[in-house]
Ligand binder design. Structure first.
Ligand SMILES: Cc1cc2nc3c(=O)[nH]c(=O)nc-3n(C[C@H](O)[C@H](O)[C@H](O)COP(=O)(O)O)c2cc1C
Length: 367
């Protein structure tokens, strides 16, 4: 029987399915629910030292539907980080670890560009017993107005400095969460890994405008007649998330072997998870999928991933981590391979992919 158990940065997870920072990890009540339902780990909603600066508005979601309005494929939000007091969060972290000592609880943290603030938030969360940290360098709306979130994540120099402050104070594994709102996601990822972070989480939401209401002529979500650019998530972003994870995994392989990757973006089934793992992720995170279908989806996701493994004879996640990475190449190389295949004499026997590949490799000099 294959197993989903895995060890990432020293943390023992019963499975690679992690609740992503957001509404599904917004207080002790729902975090406990996630552990009870069998999630491998939980990244709590992002917190900061002074919640009084965080003021949310309503409505803050807008959705894109397919299948005649039945299925949500895109989800935009203009939600900020947690507006609950830091002291309440510390109490809840402590209680959570008392109630679920085996549950892997990761604090998602965000602060202004001040060393003392980052060190304080790390030390106090650590004292409350969290198992690890995710640094939110990626929230694309609201917080960047205070030079936080993706404003830091888009500047590799600033990001590297903040990661160094955190790494000096942290005694637990640290993942840096990347924004996709940047041309080359390898640049901030490299900066975080250079500073010593254990791993990268990617991606956060994509900057988006959901729609313009053709009756009111106002963009949505509309708050007192106005709107702002929001963050786009759910299944529609999965191909972009896969591409960015592939690029980060390639960077980790070539420059930082042994560091970890947590894939995020539009993951809602076990087969989606398999794709991220095949491209080099160690774990996968889910936010919109839980908001759409509830915490119970993890059961089906686990079954689907196990079925995929059984089908291919994989016993552990390690058996297929990054297995599809070598099959990315350049366009010129694709042309060379196709020319080589077309130059082959027509085979009398049955078409066999393996046979063609073998012959193509001989022709291109790889063999
Ligand atoms: C309503 C909402 C709130 C979110 N809040 C946070 C947050 O506080 N911190 C964070 O790092 N990411 C936050 N995210 C981003 C998610 O963690 C995740 O990176 C993104 O939604 C893509 O994954 P998904 O397609 O599974 O939702 C939020 C996403 C949504 C939809």
């Amino acid at each position: 029987m294959p197993t989903l158990e895995t060890k990432v940065d020293g943390l023992a997870l019963p499975n690679p399915f992690v609740i992503a920072s957001g509404p599904p990890g917004t207080n002790l009540n729902v975090i406990s629910r996630a552990f009870r339902e069998g999630w491998g780990a939980v990244v709590a909603k992002t917190i900061s030292l002074d919640a009084s600066k965080v003021v949310n508005v309503s409505p803050r979601y807008a959705k894109l539907y397919a299948d005649g309005g039945k299925e949500i494929i895109g989800w935009e939000n203009i939600e900020l980080i947690s507006d609950r007091p830091f002291s309440v969060w510390l109490e809840e972290f402590k209680k959570c670890k008392d109630e679920h000592p085996q549950g892997i609880l990761i604090a998602s943290i965000m602060e202004e560009f001040r060393r003392d603030a980052w060190v304080e938030i790390v030390e106090r969360c650590q004292d409350a017993g969290v198992d690890g940290f995710e640094l939110n360098f990626s929230c694309p709306h609201g917080l960047p107005e205070r030079k936080m979130g993706s404003a830091m994540g888009q500047d590799p120099e600033i990001l590297e400095e903040v990661c160094k402050w955190v790494m000096d104070a942290a005694k637990k594994p640290v993942w840096a969460k990347m924004t996709p709102n940047i041309t080359h996601i390898e640049d901030p990822s490299r900066a975080a890994l250079k500073a010593g972070c254990h791993g990268i989480s990617a991606i956060n939401t994509l900057r988006s405008v959901m729609r313009v209401n053709l009756e009111t002529l106002r963009p949505e979500p509309t708050v007192e007649g106005y709107s702002m650019v929001g963050g786009y998530s759910s299944t529609a972003i999965r191909p972009i998330a896969l591409r960015m994870c592939m690029e980060i995994a390639a960077l980790i392989r070539s420059e930082f072997p042994g560091r970890s990757l947590s894939g995020i973006g539009g993951i809602e089934t076990g087969t989606h998870a398999a794709e991220f793992l095949l491209l080099g992720a160690d774990t996968v995170q889910v936010c919109s999928g839980v908001m759409k279908s509830g915490y119970g989806i993890v059961e089906k996701m686990k079954e689907e991933l196990l079925a995929f493994m059984e089908n291919h004879g994989f016993q552990t996640l390690e058996d297929f981590k990054g297995l599809s990475l070598p099959y990315f190449t350049t366009h010129a190389d694709l042309v060379k391979r196709q020319r080589a295949r077309k130059a082959l004499p027509r085979s009398d026997g049955e078409w066999s992919a393996d046979k063609f590949l073998d012959q193509a490799r001989t022709l291109t000099g790889e063999k």
